[in-house]
Ligand binder design. Structure first.
Ligand SMILES: NC(=O)c1ccc[n+]([C@@H]2O[C@H](COP(=O)([O-])OP(=O)(O)OC[C@H]3O[C@@H](n4cnc5c(N)ncnc54)[C@H](OP(=O)(O)O)[C@@H]3O)[C@@H](O)[C@H]2O)c1
Length: 293
């Protein structure tokens, strides 16, 4: 049995699906009771509902499992608390393998949510647990989050300069790697950067969208004050807004890019291209399924 934490989010859903497809038994730790059925529908055999900040909850969820795949909610001020709770629970289970879902370049202090992940990695090194760390680049699915605007207005709008270069990775490739590393003890002790593409600017992303969708799509900058207004209206908290603003500024100054060789080696095939992912979203179940599509 493998415990997947943060299981109700888009990463958790993709990881449950990939593990279930590989024949693994999954116990999902979800936050809200209504996420239980979703997790079961994706293939989780068991579901625990609870708050990952509560150590007793995580300890109970980890009892009897062989491995933990730990996913913290996106841009959480509780990253270190939740990471420590998962590590402590894994120690007392005890598990044979702990896989931490980190991020590309956690060493970047200028992005607080990356920096917190580095602190969790540090605690993992000190925990004595057999660990693997995955450091994914920005998901291609972040592009798909703008699907309605892309399709209806032909614009791909981002809160940073349209020349900013980011490596992207298909979340499905990341989930496939999660299943691979959890099935082979040979990955214990490894830290893998997971980039699927060469660095792409929003201008280049828009050009690929145009080519794949058959109509012109242009990249556009959303001014940060307008982005912030919209984020507040959508209910995003102060910490998330401040952190994401720092991330956008960092992206614009330096970009965020890696190299796809490691992902290709892990998958045993070339990583999914952005063109292929767009084709899949356009042909498949539509924009509402893009989180795991
Ligand atoms: N997006 C990217 O491009 C990218 C790239 C690399 C790495 N990552 C990392 O991937 C991770 C997962 O991102 P995501 O967008 O899939 O996650 P997410 O959807 O933000 O969160 C995962 C799940 O955790 C739940 N949750 C929230 N607070 C909780 C709590 N106190 N206790 C237990 N569960 C709680 C959420 O429930 P609710 O649905 O109720 O909020 C959600 O279902 C993040 O750590 C992120 O940094 C993301």
């Amino acid at each position: 049995m493998i415990l997947v934490t943060g299981a109700g989010g888009k990463t958790g859903q993709a990881v449950i699906q990939a593990l279930a497809a590989a024949g693994a038994a999954v116990r999902a730790l979800v936050y809200r009771p209504e996420q239980a059925r979703l997790a079961q529908g994706l293939g989780a055999q068991q579901v625990v509902v609870g708050d990952m900040r509560d150590r007793a909850t995580v300890e109970q969820a980890a009892r009897g499992v062989r491995a933990v795949y730990h996913i913290c909610p996106n841009v959480s001020p509780y990253e270190v608390d939740m990471g420590q709770a998962a590590i402590t629970a894994a120690q007392s289970a005890p598990v044979q393998h702990f896989v931490y879902h980190s991020v590309l370049h956690p060493q970047t202090e200028a992005m607080p949510h990356h920096w917190l992940k580095l602190r969790v990695e540090e605690r993992l090194f000190e925990s004595g647990l057999p660990f693997t760390i995955l450091q994914p680049a920005a998901y291609m699915q972040n592009v798909a989050a703008h699907w309605d605007q892309i399709v209806q207005r032909g614009t791909y709008a981002v809160p940073y300069a349209t020349e900013t270069r980011l490596s992207l990775v298909d979340l499905q490739d990341v989930a496939a790697v999660a299943a691979i590393v959890l099935s082979e003890p040979a990955h214990v002790g490894a830290t893998y950067e997971l980039a699927g593409t060469a660095p792409l600017s929003p201008n280049e992303v828009a050009a690929i969208l145009s080519q794949q969708l058959g109509f012109p799509v242009g990249a556009q900058v959303v001014p940060l004050d307008r982005w912030e207004q919209q984020a507040r209206a959508n209910g995003l908290g102060d910490y998330q807004i401040a952190t994401l603003l720092e991330m956008f500024r960092y992206y614009e100054r330096h970009g965020l890019w890696g190299n796809p060789h490691v992902l290709q080696w892990l998958l045993g095939r070339p990583p999914t291209t952005l063109a292929a992912a767009i084709e899949r979203w356009a042909k498949g179940r539509g924009p509402h399924a893009v989180g795991v599509g």
